[in-house]
Design a protein around this ligand. Structure first.
Ligand SMILES: Nc1nc2c(c(=O)[nH]1)N(C=O)[C@@H](CNc1ccc(C(=O)N[C@@H](CCC(=O)O)C(=O)O)cc1)CN2
Ligand SMILES: Nc1nc2c(ncn2[C@@H]2O[C@H](COP(=O)(O)OP(=O)(O)OP(=O)(O)O)[C@@H](O)[C@H]2O)c(=O)[nH]1
Ligand SMILES: [Mg+2]
Length: 481
């Protein structure tokens, strides 16, 4: 799979910008670029030291394409581990294309997606999980996902895995040595120490595996579905949370037909809010499709916000509506809907958002509170989406659903499904070895399971890999990375 031909790509986003960076990497990078660089004192790029920057012109025969800054990195001391030249030109798509075309005509090849980072991996500059973190880092749009990706890119997770792998490897060697002396019945590997090690490894593995639950949602944003009957203020709430007029709002029931989603960061954690079509019986086919989608979103959401319009049941200046505490069920038909969601998704945090509290008085609030406090398994938040009252409290409650403990402790959090699967398999093998030790399984069988566990550790950091796997991972990178 590996070749060190010279590759080129635009490293900055396509389109106009202040500056564009064209990156060249490979054995021939410097000598290939050198003839097209002209500086005042006729510097020869080939003779420049690594990690130096040079001002000059990029020329194509008699044509000056641009005035640029050119950086030189000499392998193995570069991002890719190969010779690298970077041309920092003016951010004109025309200039960028002219320079890239010039290089392509003179022996460069267009880089594939992720090929610079693939080379960094193949040259041992990064291990596989660090390389994967580079893509996560670029995609991170909030503090939590940035922190996790940065820690992983810097090798935090890899080091943890490598340490376990090395210790296990030592024991594997000792056990395998015993096999060579099978007749003599010796034990090189101290069984007590080995048991301790296995216990330690399985504890770490379990912690890492558990961290995926939080890591996965942090990476993708925590989906929060905003649902309820039409006209209760769902879209108003979405807009208020996003601080932007994202969704149409009107006093007409059935305004939102399709789902509308957007991300925001609360307390450094990414949340994805999903405004949905109001739930009601309808003959309108399109509205019905929207409502169908609402139920799918509830299914996929991590948290459900069920909105009710408090003013519909407790209008101001209408004492009869709350003079006598009525039966909760009659007064508040949505209770049934709330119960239904709660029963269908007992694990899913359900927040009953009592909206439009600017329209009701204190007695009504107290009344509602007492009704809702009898419903088990829900969290209640009273607010006015329109008047921006109670939104911060809602955000605080949302944050409480996310177990940020691991984040604060700076524990390693895994976010990658591939790592998760390898860790599960490694744990399975480690547990087999543990069981084997207690039940006196012969060393040769133990050795096989240990090797299997080592294999799965190696998958994470890339000691064990395949062209297919690498192709899959790096194809998801952008070109130029
Ligand atoms: N212009 C530019 N900016 C960039 C990158 C790049 O490739 N080019 N990077 C790319 O994504 C990131 C920085 N990553 C880099 C990592 C290592 C080396 C490097 O030269 N490493 C050498 C020398 C280290 C040293 O002198 O201490 C080495 O590892 O041997 C360069 C960039 C972000 N910013
Ligand atoms: N007084 C008051 N009015 C509100 C509040 N929140 C929303 N409204 C009004 O309620 C009406 C309906 O709001 P929407 O946000 O469109 O309601 P929705 O739940 O998205 O409705 P559908 O999309 O039809 O399901 C609008 O006229 C809003 O201005 C609030 O806190 N107080
Ligand atoms: Mg709406």
């Amino acid at each position: 799979m590996f070749n060190s031909d010279t590759i080129v790509a635009l490293a900055t986003p396509a389109g106009a910008g202040a500056i564009g960076i064209i990156r060249i990497s490979g054995e021939g990078a410097i000598s290939l670029a050198a003839p097209f660089f002209k500086s005042i004192r006729n510097k020869d790029l080939k003779k420049q030291k690594s990690h130096t920057v040079h001002f000059g012109q990029i020329v194509d025969a008699d044509t000056i394409l641009d005035e640029a800054l050119v950086s030189v990195f000499k392998g193995p001391h570069s991002y890719t581990g190969e010779d690298v030249v970077e041309i920092s030109c003016h951010g004109s798509p025309y200039i960028q294309q002219q320079i890239i075309q010039l290089l392509l005509r003179n022996g460069c090849r267009s880089a594939h997606a992720g090929e610079f980072t693939l080379r960094a991996f193949l040259n041992g500059k990064l291990d596989l999980s660090q390389a994967e973190a580079v893509a996560d880092l670029i995609a991170a749009d909030n503090e939590a996902s940035h922190q996790i990706a940065m820690q992983q890119m810097r090798g935090g997770f890899s080091n943890e895995i490598k340490k376990l792998r090395d210790e296990l490897l030592d024991f594997a060697s000792l056990i395998e040595l015993e096999l060579d002396f099978a007749e003599e019945d010796v034990e090189f590997a101290d069984r007590t120490q080995f048991t301790d090690l296995l216990n330690r490894i399985s504890t770490v593995l379990k912690r890492l595996i558990d961290s995926f639950a939080v890591g996965n949602v942090i990476k993708n944003g925590i989906p929060v579905a905003i649902v309820g009957e039409p006209n209760v203020g769902k879209s108003t709430l979405l807009n208020a949370l996003l601080n932007e007029d994202r969704a149409l709002v009107s006093e007409i029931a059935g305004t939102t037909r399709d789902t509308i989603e957007d991300d925001i960061s609360i307390g450094g954690i990414g949340f994805r809010f999903i405004d949905t079509a109001g739930i009601r019986e309808t003959k309108d086919i399109v509205e019905g499709m929207g409502i169908q989608k609402t139920f799918e979103k509830i299914e996929k959401a991590q948290v459900v916000l069920y909105l009710v319009d408090s003013s519909r049941f407790f209008p101001k200046r209408n004492p009869s509506a709350f003079g006598m505490p009525p039966q909760a069920g009659e007064l508040f038909p949505q209770l049934q809907e709330i119960e239904k969601i709660r029963k269908n998704y007992p694990e899913k945090p359900l927040v009953v958002v009592v909206n439009k509290i600017d329209q009701i008085d204190r007695d009504a609030k107290a009344n509602l509170n007492s009704i809702l406090s009898k419903v088990e398994g829900i969290v209640v938040q009273m607010l006015s989406a329109k008047r921006n009252v109670g939104l911060e409290e809602l955000q605080t409650k949302l944050l409480e659903f996310v177990n940020t403990g691991a984040l604060k402790n700076n524990d390693t959090i895994i976010t990658n499904t591939r790592h998760y699967n390898s860790l599960l398999k490694a744990l399975e093998e480690v547990e087999k070895v543990q069981l084997g030790l207690t039940s006196g399984v012969p060393s040769d069988l133990l050795a096989i399971d240990i090797r299997q566990a080592l294999y799965h550790f190696g998958e994470i950091t890339g000691e064990i890999t395949s062209d297919d796997l690498l192709g899959n991972i790096f194809a998801n990178f952008c070109i130029g990375k």
